[in-house]
Design a protein around this ligand. Structure first.
Ligand code: ZN
Length: 152
């Protein structure tokens, strides 16, 4: 095996890896997926740990991450996001689709996300109106589910 398998801990690599990570997340890749970066195959879940490691050991990377509000906490959350197997709200198994709640840090299945979208719509949360974003609770409001049944 003569493939390069060591990644230098420096700001250039950090930026490049972080860009690859964000691209992968946007494409809907999960922690078990593999991306090719600079000719190397990297498991996404390993990529998070690597980014976190860079932030711990390299002062210029730490400074860059601080300025750009890229915190280790955010990586940890991303890791939990992909590792989680069940919806936080209804406990249904999660497959490929999962999304962070608008209101708190729960990870939701498609049905709970749809219900949350209706709550957001009902309280007028959209576009620039984001006063409830990350408020930590879901406002109690009656919305109809897909069957036309009232739920809370
Ligand atoms: Zn759910």
């Amino acid at each position: 095996m003569d493939k390069k398998n060591v990644i230098d801990v420096n700001l250039k690599n950090y930026k490049s890896l972080h860009g690859a990570y964000e691209k992968a997340v946007k494409e809907g890749k999960t922690g078990d997926d593999v991306i090719v970066w600079d000719g190397m195959e990297i498991l996404i879940s390993y990529l998070y740990y690597m980014l976190e490691y860079f932030e711990m050991v390299a002062p210029d990377v730490k400074e860059y991450a601080r300025k750009n509000k890229i915190t280790r906490e955010r990586h940890r959350r991303a890791d939990k996001f992909f590792a989680q197997t069940h919806c936080d709200r209804c406990s249904k198994p999660l497959d490929s689709f999962r999304i962070m709640s608008w209101f708190n840090e729960q990870i939701l299945c498609p049905e709970c996300n749809d219900r949350e979208k209706k709550v957001r719509k009902a309280i007028g949360e959209s576009g620039d109106n984001t006063s409830y974003e990350g408020c930590g609770y879901v406002p109690e409001i009656k919305v109809e589910d897909a069957n036309g049944q009232d739920t809370d």
